[in-house]
Design a protein around this ligand. Structure first.
Ligand code: SF4
Length: 329
């Protein structure tokens, strides 16, 4: 898939697949497979934010982790600045970690409780030999703390002394330490209160403007990604079902699943009414996803047998607006 009218992409994900084997029995043989990511492709331009949304288990976090190779993809390719990330050896991958970082969902679990904040943020400075003297090391940590709205005296404290929002700021400072180009924000604000979410999103936007960062912003809620995203990819059972600019997706959604997700987003204007679309049933198991269009078991406009037998490809319905639906392209 090529994004028109945009410069050469920073990141290219081509047909990414991740299946997790389910093993059992005395011999530990493979009994089945979880189809977590099932052929995901997209491109990302430097400086943009791609929001990735979908219900839990749709493969959005696994996609983010496969891009960084925190999880090894089953197949497919990831290209970053012209380098094939999926073919890099361990040493090359370590070097690439300077360019691609991740911020995790749970700021409580992702910070080592036995390390001071200075040691947590400084770890990558040591690994990548980014400072030469103790004074330089400490000055850089103070600079990073101040960049994320914390202060120098926080350096010698431990994670448990901070609130959830502050801990997420520490996680952001840790990611920024190596001056990355791309940051995967993996449900980075999902565990925070709504008011704190807004503060952290504002901080991420300020940092993007200041350092020219590119984000993949993963969330399960469309209302969270609306303001930060340049484009949004909606995922369902391991596949992207719609990909468009944030504006097009919110004003002219094409996929019935996106319509259902959007109908659940509260509208601040009480004059504007939106009809709630309640999908029938639960998300099917990714071990045996439905045949054809994965969404056909819950789709309010499905046409059988077409939708249950043929898998719709992600195709461009309008300029830069991609959809995987037999009836909406
Ligand atoms: Fe619904 Fe069919 Fe479109 Fe899938 S392809 S979203 S089942 S109409």
């Amino acid at each position: 898939m090529t994004t028109t009218n945009l410069p050469e992409p920073l990141l290219r994900v081509k047909n990414l697949v991740k299946h997790f084997p389910i093993k059992g029995g005395l011999l530990g043989r493979e009994l089945d497979r979880v189809h977590a990511v099932d052929g995901v492709s997209f491109e990302l331009t430097a400086g943009e934010t791609l929001g990735v949304v979908g219900e839990s288990g749709c493969g959005k976090s696994t996609t983010g982790r496969c891009i960084l190779r925190l999880i090894e993809p089953t197949s497919g390719e990831v290209w970053f600045e012209g380098r094939n990330v999926t073919a890099l050896d361990k040493t090359e991958l370590r070097a690439l970690a300077r360019d691609m970082q991740i911020i995790f969902q749970d700021p409580y679990a992702s910070l080592n409780p036995r390390m001071t904040v200075g040691a947590i943020i400084g770890e990558a400075l040591i690994i990548h030999k980014l400072t030469r003297t103790r004074a330089e090391f400490e000055a850089r940590i103070v600079e990073l703390l101040e960049t994320v709205g914390l202060s120098a005296d926080h350096m010698r404290r431990f994670p448990h002394e901070f609130s959830g929002g502050q801990r997420q700021r520490i996680g952001i400072a840790r990611a920024l330490a190596v001056s990355p180009k791309l940051i995967v924000c993996d449900e980075a604000v999902s565990a925070l209160d709504v008011s704190i979410q807004a503060q952290v999103i504002n901080l991420l936007e300020d940092l993007q403007a200041k350092f020219g960062l590119t984000y993949i912003f993963i969330a399960h809620d469309l209302s969270v990604v609306e303001h930060i995203s340049t484009r949004i990819a909606v995922m369902y059972l391991g596949r992207i079902v719609e990909l468009a600019t944030a504006n097009a997706l919110y004003t002219r959604p094409l996929h019935p699943y996106t319509e259902a997700l959007l109908s659940a987003v509260p509208i601040p204007d009480p004059e504007v009414k939106r009809k709630r679309i309640v999908l029938q049933g639960d998300v099917p198991s990714p071990i045996h996803p439905p045949t054809g269009c994965h969404f056909h078991t819950r789709c309010p406009i499905r046409q059988l047998p077409l939708c249950s037998t043929e898998s719709p490809a992600l195709e461009q319905a309008a300029d830069g607006h991609w959809v995987a639906c037999h009836l909406r392209r």
